[in-house]
Design a protein around this ligand. Structure first.
Ligand SMILES: *Cc1c(COP(=O)(O)O)cnc(C)c1O
Length: 382
């Protein structure tokens, strides 16, 4: 078996194409019925009251931070082991960004490190953004309890975790948070091309995010601050953006969402096969917190040092296996170093990063392709 195997890949079915085609033949390409339909289906799938779709998870994180009132003078704390968007959303709002180091077993924000940082801080941050890395939910009960005690808001970056569950409850239900954000980028669990959504149980947060998604302009007389002049009237009542999702994207997302159960099963099967086949090699396979049911966006192995990581990664790439590294700690990025962060600030995230390799993980990875990946890892990492 030859040919390039990527680390992640979308699956687009005939039904998905038909759903998008139907929108293309309809009266609305955007601001039509497909977006609210997708939002209702997504909220139902996750046990949330509201879903607000956006043109990316980055946009949804931005809307969520604004709705939570984050602004200049405030602070946002997130995990250094994430994509830069988890932190950038704080900067967009003029807030200060800081990080909480990870649990070396789960690679997620460590609740004990969070508690220690809260105790040492003069004031709590306004918003904490736990990231469900690789699809494994963070310990949200612990983080939610700290939010109650210290008085901060919780925004889950659940970009990896559509379909994940914690103690039986779907991620997105926001049992211990204010808002949860999903990404529908093609490497994620379900895709809309570009796209994202913010889920919440809170009516006011949902309304605020929907308003800011579309310029801060409303046609709802109930939201207007001045008496409408007539039935043509719209009013801009806040400074919003164009963070809207199109109807083509929403139709693709709704069609993909129907397969969520099948997608979860396949990802779990692939993970279990890697677990079994790689046990006994001199590398670490992903540890799962009891009660956490990962969406398996990523399957990360860890070598014990950065030289071996480089050798194994380059060896696998030379065999046309598109392995990748998730993530370079955000605080070591040049943009964040310029703000005063430095290597050494978050040692658990840095130690994790030094050995990490993401193996191919996507539902259409065939058994034969996975066998080729396993054999290559056995040879390169032995
Ligand atoms: C992919 C990703 C994002 C950004 O998602 P987009 O939809 O591409 O904006 C944010 N956070 C995490 C953890 C991600 O993996």
């Amino acid at each position: 078996m030859t040919g390039f195997i990527p680390y992640g890949r979308q699956e687009v079915t005939r039904a998905d194409i038909a759903a998008v085609e139907a929108v293309l033949r309809s009266d609305f390409l955007t601001q039509g019925p497909a977006v609210p339909r997708f939002e209702v289906a997504l909220a139902a799938a996750c046990g949330a009251k509201h879903a607000v779709a956006a043109n990316s998870a980055t946009s949804a994180l931005h809307l969520a931070c604004l709705a939570l009132g984050l602004g200049p003078g405030d602070a946002l704390w997130t995990s250094p082991n994430s994509f830069v968007a988890s932190a950038n959303c704080g900067l967009y709002c003029g807030a200060r960004v800081d990080f909480v180091d990870i649990d070396p077993r789960t690679y997620n924000m460590c609740p004990h490190a969070l508690e220690a940082k809260l105790r040492a801080a003069k004031a709590p941050p306004k918003v904490v953004v736990p990231v469900h890395f690789a699809g494994q939910p963070c310990d949200m009960a612990a983080i939610g309890a700290l939010a109650q005690q210290y008085g901060f808001r919780v925004l889950e970056d659940a970009s990896h975790a559509v379909g994940a569950r914690d103690a039986g409850a779907p991620v997105g239900a926001c049992a211990h948070s204010d808002i949860a954000v999903f990404s529908f980028h093609p490497v994620k669990i379900v895709t809309t091309g570009e796209g994202g959504a913010a889920l919440t149980r809170d009516d006011a947060l949902a309304a605020r995010m929907a308003l800011l998604r579309s310029h801060g302009v409303t046609r709802d007389p109930g939201l207007m601050t001045h008496a409408p002049e007539g039935p043509w009237c719209y009013q801009q009542v806040a400074l919003g953006f164009n963070h809207r999702m199109t109807d083509m994207q929403a139709a693709l997302g709704a069609s993909q969402l129907e397969r969520l159960g099948v997608i979860m099963l396949r990802r779990r099967t692939i993970a279990a096969r890697y677990d079994a086949a790689l046990a006994g090699l001199p590398l670490a396979t992903p540890w799962q917190r009891p009660g956490a049911d990962s969406a398996w966006h990523l399957y990360v192995i860890r070598l014990d040092d950065t030289a071996r990581r480089r050798a194994v990664l380059e060896g696998l790439r030379a065999r046309d296996i598109g392995v990748n590294v998730h993530y370079i700690p955000i605080h070591t990025q040049p943009h964040y170093r310029a703000m005063g962060f430095a290597p050494g600030d978050f040692p658990a995230a840095e130690a994790y990063y030094a050995g990490a390799i993401s193996l191919p993980m996507f539902p259409t990875l065939t058994d034969a392709q996975q066998a080729r990946v396993i054999e290559a890892v056995r040879e390169e990492a032995a």
